[in-house]
Design a protein around this ligand. Structure first.
Ligand code: KG4
Ligand code: ZN
Length: 370
């Protein structure tokens, strides 16, 4: 099957063409023919994504991004089997733009189309990049979401933990903003931290040792602010101070995630259905979402996996942030089961992966906004 995937749920206008199949034994196999991502620069001056600006920027870019993806894949709409588009969760204006583009192409070229959950795109990326079979334990950390999920099959998501306040990407973005490092904050904090001393500051680790393995990042952000203000009061906030704060912040984040993941792994790996599906193998750990691009976190997760005697799958950097390939792939998995949608399909600003989990802030909500 060959699908075009379209992604416009936050501040990336993206399109990709993916070829792939699911073997009768469930084994996934996929190939990315093109993957075009246009990150909107229009939000930098505001220190966060402005929904109205994002929607307008998607309108301006969507046609050319789709055509660039088709050209790079060297294919025509008639070569496609279906279209997949992020239809939620996310900023509603952007979702409408992507969905209308997908419906228009579907109508004009008589193609089936599918509305895909953006979070499912992140959740299944490791199946595209690493041919990973189900089940696995997923750490999903992005600008709008921080969750630990047991992924048992397509559409089978059991949320073991979630943030009770800020998402991790949001904590990176807010830390960068208060330190004057610009937007998006994650890469800026990571860059600054390279010159920093991770041992200089001790920041709090809320919920450490507690069950269920939820996250809380808003206290960490406040501690960073208080530390920066204290340094300013003592004299000035030097570049070295900023680097040390960033390095200490990342070290604390890694320690929090280690503690939460080990507890979640205990919960998931001992379930009878998981034990039966794994048949003696260990439950793989997967990381996904924009924050998964962080190298300090990736290295740390490698050590956590060693400790748990399992493997860590971290998709290549270009598949961590929002992209069309993950949407095409999630669409392909659903299309393979016979699913498609009609033109009445509406976008959804909120759309949790685990519909049975208790609602919490930071769970299935729209991306980080100003
Ligand atoms: O998945 P994503 O592209 O969009 C959402 O669905 O939210 O994630 C964006 C988030 C932003 O908060 C950004 O600062 C963060 O991912 N991010 C990073 C890094 N690259 C992006 N956080 C930490 N380190 C990075 N290298
Ligand atoms: Zn995302």
């Amino acid at each position: 099957m060959r699908l075009l995937g379209i992604e416009t749920s936050c501040d990336e206008t993206a399109a990709a063409v993916v070829d792939g199949s699911i073997a009768p034994d469930g084994q996934p196999e996929g190939q990315i023919l093109s993957n075009i991502v246009l990150s909107q620069k229009d939000h930098e001056a505001f220190g966060g994504v402005v929904p109205e600006i994002a929607a307008r920027a998607h309108v301006m870019a969507i046609d050319s991004v789709i055509m660039a993806a088709m050209k790079e894949a060297d294919c025509d709409f008639s070569d496609l089997d279906a279209l997949a588009v992020s239809s939620g969760p996310g900023l509603i204006g952007g979702l409408i733009v992507g969905l209308m583009a997908a419906k228009t192409i579907a109508l004009a070229h008589d193609l089936p189309f599918l509305g895909v959950n953006h979070l499912e795109g992140h959740a299944l990326t490791a199946r595209l990049s690493d041919q990973l079979p189900y089940p696995y334990l997923l750490l999903l950390v992005s600008g709008g979401h921080s969750q630990i999920l047991l992924v048992s099959g397509l559409g089978q998501y059991h949320r073991l933990g979630s943030t009770i306040d800020d998402a991790l990407g949001e904590a990176f973005d807010k830390t960068a903003k208060l330190l004057g490092l610009g937007y998006p904050g994650g890469p800026a904090v990571e860059r600054a931290a390279l010159q920093g001393d991770p041992e200089r500051f001790r920041f709090p680790m809320p919920l450490r040792g507690k069950m269920p393995p939820n996250f809380s990042f808003s206290g960490l952000k406040t501690a960073v602010r208080q530390q920066a203000e204290a340094l300013v009061q003592e004299g000035s906030l030097s570049d070295q101070d900023v680097a040390d704060i960033c390095a200490s912040f990342q070290k604390t984040v890694a320690a929090i995630i280690e503690d939460r993941l080990i507890r979640a792994f205990d919960l998931a790996a001992n379930r009878s259905d998981v034990l039966a599906a794994l048949d003696g193998k260990s439950l793989p750990l997967v990381v996904a979402g924009g924050v998964a691009a962080n190298q300090v976190l990736r290295d740390h997760l490698g050590r956590v996996a060693d400790r748990l005697d399992t493997q860590i799958i971290a998709p290549p950097l270009n598949l961590c942030g929002d992209n069309g390939a993950m949407i095409a792939w999630a669409g392909l998995e659903r299309f393979a089961t016979g699913e498609s949608h009609d033109f009445a399909l509406a976008p959804r600003a909120r759309w949790p992966l685990d519909m049975n989990a208790q609602t919490m802030i930071g769970h299935g909500k729209a991306g980080a906004k100003v």
